[in-house]
Design a protein around this ligand. Structure first.
Ligand SMILES: C[S@@+](CC[C@H](N)C(=O)[O-])C[C@H]1O[C@@H](n2cnc3c(N)ncnc32)[C@H](O)[C@@H]1O
Length: 546
């Protein structure tokens, strides 16, 4: 039985070979006998083939046997012994022999085909491929062998090699452990040092061994293996985890597009699969723009946006998320451009959009941090020139009473460029010649509002009704990027109509971007649109009316 065939049929065979380090010293006579002394029923390989001793398992035995195997995980059971031939050569000829024997040497990942000869320092052993089965090396053609013999003395020597537990990948090992037909859970989400599994009901009896194999096979990166329990029901969108292997500490760091995120995976929401979406959306933002991130989490939109030179008002209801959001602003050196809030998203929007009283403070709500900065923002009289104005001049001087087709087309083009890679602009303190680039206060102007709470973000759209105070607002109205799920029973039209009814007006030129499929009948989308004038504006005589 050759190795490939052995691997393919491993799911229904018990590997009976035992013992051994990974490489056995060469022996003078060819060792055809199995290491168990031949007491087991074996299918013995020829010289140069893999000697895997196998015995068929009955279906009844299979489950019982496997569960016992699982609890013990006898690593020696995964040993596969290869009986090969090697060539003993003077060590100074290694390079030339290696070149001449190209295609006839052992070719296995992580195994060097030229090794030391335990009998003499002056020699080396060149391990030949499994296809060389005869001591006269008759499988090697003469045009290869003759120049070799002309170069130096060569001597064929039997070589025994054991590929053990440490050699095989997780997929190979788990296929042998798990019942035939069961999906092998080797792909999992990695969050820093944490491997996150979503085991199915039938995989649960094997959870410990699955975790051990994944832990062992992903050293040193994976330090913790967890399995998600049940479905997420809490409003912070944090799953409940069972730690299956390794340390229980889930405070870790993740790098995405050059930005470092620290988080406690057991306390905050994090989804590595959204990386591309985070990049896509932030790539639409321009340096100097003002962003409101209503459901910011630990900052995967906010921190890169701030790194790009945006001023970001970032909020989350989960105090642990806000804790890490602040840490991440510091780690990434954008603490002066990220203003963190720990509020309900509706209260947050009212808070940052409320024009301060004459004493300079907000009428409602309370910022968790940066209060000094916020106070400064609220009271400073600054020259306010945005890049938007710089770049597009009159076109972008949309008042709340009008819209610019040109601007919308430009942003739509940007939105369609989903593959654009975010490049953080580290030189955010540079000034554009002749202009003092500064930040708008949110009640004066916001460029983008991010709403990433797909399960219910649409329900928060009502917050925009009457939110903007016309006489304080400058420039165009913000883009809203509202994430949502669309199930097979729903359509884009039905989602749009729900959004419109919550905004109490029509949405012009909505853009749906498919983010990812979350289940066979459910996809995540980003609905982007320019906030309609009719929804959001109130004049000074109508303050408070929503
Ligand atoms: C799907 S996560 C998105 C986090 C982050 N924006 C991201 O892309 O990874 C939604 C976040 O909204 C927060 N959240 C849930 N309900 C909220 C509310 N009413 N107000 C503010 N934040 C809320 C949760 O704590 C969670 O961090």
């Amino acid at each position: 039985m050759d190795v490939a065939a052995g691997e393919a049929s491993a799911a229904r065979t018990a590997v009976l070979l035992t013992g051994g380090g990974s490489v056995c010293p060469p022996r003078e006579a060819h060792p055809a006998e199995p290491k168990d002394g031949g007491t087991n029923p074996t299918s013995r390989g020829e010289v140069g083939s893999c000697q895997v001793a196998t015995k068929p398992l009955s279906d009844a035995d299979e489950h019982r046997g496997r569960e016992a195997e699982v609890s013990l995980l006898d690593e020696s059971k995964f040993d596969v012994n290869l009986q090969l031939w090697s060539l003993r050569i003077p060590r100074e000829h290694c390079t030339s022999v290696g070149r001449l024997l190209h295609g006839y040497m052992l070719d296995r990942a992580r195994i060097k085909p030229i090794v030391e000869d335990p009998t003499s320092e002056k020699n080396r052993l060149v391990i030949l491929s499994e296809k060389i089965q005869n001591s006269d090396l008759s499988e090697i053609p003469s045009h290869v062998l003759d120049p070799l013999k002309g170069l130096c003395n060569i001597e064929a020597v039997p070589y025994s090699l054991t590929l053990g537990y440490s050699y095989w990948g997780a997929d190979h090992i788990l296929k042998q452990i798990l019942p035939h037909g069961m999906e092998v859970p080797t792909s999992f989400e990695t969050v820093g040092h944490v491997a996150h599994l979503n085991l199915t009901e039938d995989q649960l009896p094997y959870k410990d061994v699955i975790a051990k194999v994944i832990y062992d096979k992903n050293q040193p990166i994976i330090q913790t293996v967890v399995n998600k329990i049940g479905t997420i029901t809490n409003e912070f969108r944090v799953p409940t985890f069972e730690v299956l292997a390794g340390k229980s500490d889930m405070v870790t760091e993740v790098k995405q597009y050059g930005v470092t995120f620290k988080l406690d995976y057991s306390l905050v929401y994090w989804n590595s699969r959204l990386e591309h979406e985070h990049i896509r959306l932030v790539s639409l933002f321009q340096r100097g723009e003002t962003i409101c991130d209503m459901f910011a989490g630990i900052g995967p939109f906010s921190i890169p946006a701030a790194r790009k030179g945006c001023h970001v008002y970032a909020n989350d209801l989960n105090p642990d998320s806000v804790h890490y959001l602040r840490i991440n602003a510091n780690i990434n050196k954008v603490e002066d451009r990220v203003f963190a809030y720990n509020m309900d998203a509706r209260a947050f929007m009212h808070h940052v959009m409320t024009v301060p009283d004459s004493d300079g403070m907000q009428k409602t709500g309370e910022a968790v941090s940066n209060e000094d900065h916020y106070h400064k923002l609220a009271t400073d009289e600054k020259e306010v020139v945005t890049l938007e104005m710089l770049n597009a001049g009159k076109d972008n001087q949309d008042s709340v009473n009008g819209s610019s087709v040109k601007k919308k087309t430009a942003v739509k083009r940007q939105l369609d460029k989903a593959s654009e890679v975010f490049q953080g602009n580290r030189n955010t303190n540079k000034r554009i010649r002749g202009f003092h680039l500064t930040v708008f206060r949110p009640w004066e102007h916001v460029d983008h509002v991010i709403m990433n709470l797909p399960a219910s973000a649409l329900d928060f759209l009502g917050v925009f009704k009457g939110l903007i105070q016309r006489e304080h607002w400058r420039g165009s109205l913000p883009w809203i990027h509202c994430y949502c799920f669309i199930r097979s029973t729903e359509t884009k039209e039905s989602i749009l109509s729900k959004a419109e009814s919550l905004l109490s007006t029509k949405i012009a030129d909505p853009i749906f971007h498919r983010v990812r499929d979350v289940a066979p009948n459910k996809a995540m989308f980003c609905l982007s649109f320019k906030l309609p004038t009719e929804t959001c504006c109130r004049d000074v005589n109508n303050v408070g009316a929503e």
